[in-house]
Design a protein around this ligand. Sequence first.
Ligand code: PHE
Length: 452
Amino acid sequence: MTETRKNFTSKLGVVLAAAGSAVGLGNVWRFPTEVGNNGGAAFILIYLICVLAVGVPVMMSEFLIGRHTHANTITAFSKLAPGKWWRIQGVSGVFVAFLILSYYTVISGWTLYYLVQSLKGGLLESQDYLAYFSSFVSDPYMPVIYAAVFMLMTHLVIARGVQSGIERFSKIMMPLLLLIICVLVVCSFGMPGAGTGLRFLLKPDFSKVTASVVLSAMGQAFFSLSLAMGCLCTYASYFTSDTKLVKTAFSVCSIDTFVAVLSGFIIFPAVFSVEGVNPDEGPGLVFVTLPYVFNMAFHQSVPLLGYLFSGLFYLLLLLAALTSAMSLHESVTAYVIESLRLPRKKASAWVSVCCMALGVLCSLSFGVLSDVTVCGLTIFDLFDFCASKIIMPAGGLIICLFTGWYLDRKLVYNELTNEGTVPFRLFRVYVFLIRYVVPVAIALIFINELLG
Ligand code: PHE
């Protein structure tokens, strides 16, 4: 027997759960570096345009598909287009969520390890941060254990269900995350390098803006807003008939962008406070450069401050990762519950175990399996490449074509306006964007990423 389908119970729960999916590692470590390297405020401006012109319309489309069908992503497409090949988008959404969850868990496990080590003191006492990081990630056991603990945390939330799991924990974790960000921004602004860091981040340099910068802003918007992975579509299937889809999409996009910009305000002032440190990107920035910065800027003078700042920072990263992982997990679990008719606890356990098995391979690809490559990519890089460079943009394109060209215009309008009860004056603009502008934009990202 399967559980009866539950819905989110409050507007706040809806916004915080969806924002939790969007706010993730991508906001904290990818956005700030992209801004710093690609023209500062000029990049932020382009990013905002991408969020408004591409992110919001695609998110609204996912919302309407999910809420209209009240089903997991695969069933949603089958219901709206019975017997048609559109179903493939549902399948690829669930598959890619599974794939991403497997490697997202590995990095989240690193975050958990760094949190534990900052609190225990082991991290900041280390002398060589690169060696510290490399020896940890290439170890066959420790990263796997931490990834498994992270998966267990995600599992425990998902197994409790939509209301007492996802909604309840999003309502606790998201406000906590926002609070930590604000505390860290204030601390970071008080540091000696704050001015230089802010100038690096914000100085508009339009000479750096090329076509490929515009496309990478769009790619970043896509990943950061969790689009085309069935996550938001699945969450929307738990929205009630009075949830305002357009307003929710705007709120989620605003929170996501706000967190991304504030993350830059935390990282760069801190990084520029320590002489000789250059902002690196991705894992290097978060796991090598920042521990050094925390040590030099705080720990050397007041050790307690060092523990506090680094502990809070990795806790922030962990919360962001956890709320995103929950949405990836739920996208797959909802399908398993509804298609295999398994009870939620069993379904989520299967998803956690299978995903963890892939996660072990991803983790080992930094150590003992680093020689195993396909087309020159390790297992981890291969998963990342397939998911974020191929399946995700292709999925975005299909969603636009589906809502813009296949679905009945009346159905789309009724869903976005709650049967005409909520005004949506820009409906025509939405239709224009989703039919013409977004598909062309996504096709360009796709080609750019494949060629680049
Ligand atoms: N949006 C998340 C981030 O910024 C990543 C993510 C992608 C989460 C897709 C869920 C689905 O890190």
